[in-house]
Design a protein around this ligand. Structure first.
Ligand SMILES: C[S@@+](CC[C@H](N)C(=O)[O-])C[C@H]1O[C@@H](n2cnc3c(N)ncnc32)[C@H](O)[C@@H]1O
Length: 232
């Protein structure tokens, strides 16, 4: 494609907010997450919920350091991980090699550039990555996810999503998020100010519009929601 063909498209290779394409971020990421998440039990919970047969095909989008996709490979699933950060993918490949995970494949691409044929995967998992896209482009991303899934395939989405209770002003809801993560206040402030986390009713509208049935929406920490969906 020449430049005129792509000038209207969102450039997903340009990192928004935290820059995940620098070496310092790879080494700091898991330690920072450990302050607010128990990733090992999250991964076990996702694998339990998906309940996939052995050797099912799973794609993770925005894999970061690859904690989920490596757990999935260890559980005997056929695994593919994509991310727009070359540095994160190098780390995942290196870890997969050390852990003997020969059935884990990586590609440098993102939600908007998924290269796989339609109906490729039994399940797609994406955690804390979709909020890097503005809402307009989230719908394009979710349509791409739906296309990559086999009919009836499952989509597990964990992300920062704001649910504003009736009678609360939106700013109050956004401030609660800062108060809820004092150990990461600066990062959370940058997230709220510069990244594209959206409201729950918008996210749910986007998921349905993209062709998903929402099987469950489970809170997993202040302003974190886990959506378990099925391709209609
Ligand atoms: C906050 S990290 C989340 C990592 C991991 N999924 C987790 O739950 O810890 C966000 C990751 O999404 C990646 N990312 C950003 N925009 C993306 C896009 N459009 N498509 C795929 N990955 C993207 C970043 O490079 C980064 O590795």
């Amino acid at each position: 494609m020449n430049e005129q063909d792509t000038e209207w498209m969102w450039n997903e290779t340009r990192q928004v907010g935290t820059d995940y394409d620098v070496l310092a971020e790879v080494s700091a990421y898991d330690q920072r997450m450990a302050r607010i998440r128990d990733v090992e039990s999250e991964n076990a919970g996702i694998l339990r919920l998906l309940n996939l047969p052995p050797a099912a095909d799973v794609l993770e989008i925005g894999c970061g350091t690859g904690r989920f996709i490596r757990a999935a490979a260890k559980a005997g699933l056929r695994t593919t991980a994509i991310d727009v950060s070359r540095i994160m993918l190098d780390y995942v490949q290196d870890m997969a090699l050390r852990e003997g995970l020969t059935d884990l494949h990586t590609h440098r691409c993102g939600f908007l550039t998924i290269p796989f044929p339609p109906d490729s995967f039994d399940a797609v998992v994406s955690e804390l990555a979709l909020h890097h896209l503005p809402d307009t482009w989230k719908l394009v991303a979710l349509r791409n996810v739906a296309r990559a899934l086999k009919p009836g395939g499952q989509f597990l989405l964990r992300d920062v999503v704001f649910s504003v209770p009736d009678g609360e002003e939106p700013e109050q809801c956004l401030k609660h998020v800062l108060d809820a993560y004092p150990a990461m206040r600066a990062e959370v402030a940058r997230h709220v100010a510069t990244e594209f986390s959206t409201y729950s009713w918008i996210m749910e509208g986007l998921l349905r519009r993209a062709g998903f049935e929402i099987l469950s929406a489970t809170p997993a920490g202040e302003s974190i929601l886990v959506y378990h969906c099925r391709k209609r």
